[in-house]
Design a protein around this ligand. Structure first.
Ligand code: PLP
Length: 418
């Protein structure tokens, strides 16, 4: 496959560039040594461009090959929706291409406020605040609300953006076993007293395991131990909930200190938000550095986001379809492939273990016209490399049948060492 052949050629080119200079720059030597190590351990990552994305099916073209895409987070298939495109071009006509400045300078536009009001309505919170991305939302909110004298209690599988926010905050960090409320409670019991403030962090639908957090238990524990709770709804927002509000029911929203979510997944666009109280919104405007020191979201993106948020309550048919496809695939993975998957919704991971086996299986799927990425450490724990299959409402039953057949075939080949 072109995609796989690309790696050695690219690496060889890099090594030869390095050798052609009598004294390569220090940065070149660092990069080449690291890349060699990544390559030897099956950990090399590379990007490759899509030539086009098919409307309606979400299939992609790479090196002139049509591939069914099982990697995208466009869960409702909204990224190419005409309503989002129209809203984006309307916003450009009205506001131009860029917001020109940060929100606190002169980049604060009415369209940003309209979007924040719509998000708050959907989430059932008093207010919301937009950030440049989900990464920046987690980084900014976590590092603003806790500091050196505080403690963070986070699920071991929390996304890198939450870990980076925690590290930036300089708070003490305690990681509890995934979804293990007994372990969280024992950590809070033992450590909470040492800290001025405590913050519990979890995702609602985990990005690499596809399982969900026990939201009610998290709320009970944070109340019992006088702590705050941040829930990241990145993968649930839009795809779950009666009106697409996510996994946190609107009626429980005000008991959660901070909910973050992104417009870059089921909402089909880019950017992110935190849904909070009015006071917390004002606090983050004053203290969240990734909000303060960054240019405001471009008008086109804000316009597309606003259209997407407004559409979510009416997307029940797509959510229902996504749910049926997910249940079918989970069942097929268990019954037909004889494998386990922690996935409960539209993210169905198949944990293979070794990096090279996982890469080989992804390569086999690619040969058969399917794009599924091998997710390896450090994104997931060591020896838990996996295929992360993500479904969208655009997939067909034939797509899923084809995937299961190719997986079955690929797994037997790998187990026979072919
Ligand atoms: N939070 C979680 C759980 C994620 O999976 C991701 C994205 O991969 C993010 C946050 C970051 O969101 P964004 O892509 O908008 O930066």
């Amino acid at each position: 496959m072109t995609y796989f052949k690309m790696f050695p050629a690219w690496l060889t080119h890099l090594f030869s560039c390095c050798n052609s200079h009598s004294m390569p720059l220090l940065s070149e030597r660092i990069a080449v040594k690291a890349l060699k190590g990544f390559s030897e351990n099956g950990l090399l990552r590379a990007i490759f461009p899509l030539q086009s994305i098919e409307r309606g099916t979400g299939a992609v073209n790479v090196s002139s090959q049509r591939l069914i895409d099982f990697c995208s987070n466009d869960y409702l298939g909204l990224s190419g929706h005409p309503a989002l495109e129209k809203a984006a071009s309307g916003a450009i006509e009205k506001w131009g291409c860029g917001a020109r400045a940060s929100r606190l300078m002169s980049g604060d536009l009415e369209i940003h406020h309209a979007l924040e009001e719509e998000v708050a309505r959907l989430k059932g919170t008093e207010a919301a605040l937009i950030f440049g991305s989900g990464y920046l939302a987690n980084l900014g909110t976590i590092s603003a609300i806790v500091g050196r004298d505080d403690g963070i209690f986070m699920d071991r599988l929390c996304h890198a953006s939450m870990l980076d926010g925690a590290l930036l905050s300089r708070a003490g960090i305690h990681r509890f076993r995934h979804n293990d409320m007994g372990h969280l409670e024992s950590l809070l019991k033992a450590e909470r007293g040492r800290y001025r403030r405590a913050l519990v962090l979890a995702e609602t639908l985990y990005s690499m395991d596809g399982d969900t957090a026990p939201v009610e238990d998290l709320i009970a524990l944070k109340n019992r131990y006088d702590s705050m709770l941040l829930l990241d709804e990145a993968h649930a927002m839009g795809a779950l909930g009666e009106t697409g509000e996510g996994l946190v029911p609107r009626c429980r929203s005000r008991e959660i200190d901070i909910q973050t979510g992104t417009f870059g997944k089921a909402l089909g666009s880019y950017g992110a938000f935190c849904a909070v109280s009015c006071n917390l919104q004002k606090f983050f405007i004053n203290r969240a550095r990734s909000f303060i020191f960054s240019t405001a979201l471009p008008p086109a993106v804000a316009g597309a986001n606003l259209a997407a948020v407004k559409m979510l309550p009416g997307c029940n048919k797509s959510r229902g379809r996504l749910r049926r496809l997910s249940l079918w695939l989970k069942n097929a993975v268990i019954q037909r492939l004889g494998l386990e998957t922690p996935g409960e919704y539209h993210i169905i991971p198949i944990i293979i273990g070794e990096n090279q086996d996982t890469l080989a299986l992804a390569g086999h799927l690619l040969k058969n016209g399917m794009l599924v990425k091998a997710v390896r450490p450090p994104t997931v724990p060591r020896s838990q490399a996996r295929l992360r299959i993500s479904l969208t409402a655009n997939h067909s039953m034939e797509d899923l049948e084809r995937l299961v057949r190719a997986l079955d075939n690929g797994i037997s080949k790998i187990s026979q060492g072919v």
